[in-house]
Design a protein around this ligand. Structure first.
Ligand SMILES: [Zn+2]
Length: 181
């Protein structure tokens, strides 16, 4: 008697081979739920929760209706969005922007984050209206913690210093490696 079901190790290999950035129909359903509307211009899932649900969507620089869209890495996870909003309410953006004016090393790293953001967006095409404009206040100000967190989650640690800081600040309330979906 032979067992017709595939060996477990084969099934594991198949799962490992799936590119986590590829958008599935299930992802689009979850995104609609997270955003409370149909997701637009989604080209990839840039970061996922430990459970696999999207945290950050990679979005086309021009939406299907023609609107330029600078926020290439859009934070969608409700827990992360709420954590970012709490930091903003605490005045963290003003404090970070002030430090950019006095800490040259931080300012240089933040400029590199801006360049990284633009370079990754350029892979998706050129949009004249937002040429040279990244998001979140980069390269000289902090205007949106959600953008910086989304970038840090998508790019991994060491790319956006203030996004990394924001993630560290909310770690007790929300973190990507522990599912709170
Ligand atoms: Zn989760």
């Amino acid at each position: 008697m032979t067992d017709p079901t595939p060996a477990p190790e084969d099934a594991d290999d198949a799962v490992d081979a799936v590119d986590p950035t590829v958008v599935t129909d299930r992802d689009l359903e979850v995104l609609a739920e997270q955003l409370g509307r149909e997701p637009r211009g989604v080209v990839g899932i840039a970061a996922r929760c430990a459970c696999g649900r999207p945290l950050v969507v990679r979005t086309a620089p021009r939406l299907p209706d023609g609107t330029p869209f600078p926020t290439t890495y859009y934070l969608t996870h409700p827990g992360a969005v709420a954590a970012a909003s709490r930091l903003e309410a605490q005045g963290v953006m003003k404090e970070m922007t002030e430090r950019l004016g006095t800490d040259e090393e931080l300012a240089a790293a933040y400029r590199r984050a801006h360049e990284h953001y633009l370079a990754r967006r350029a892979e998706l095409g050129h949009v004249e209206e937002i040429d040279g404009i990244s998001a979140g206040g980069m390269p000289t100000r902090v205007k949106c913690i959600h953008v910086l967190m989304g970038h840090a989650l998508a790019a991994g640690p060491g790319v956006n210093p203030l996004g990394d800081e924001a993630l560290a600040l909310v770690r007790d309330q929300w973190r990507p490696d522990r599912c709170s979906c």
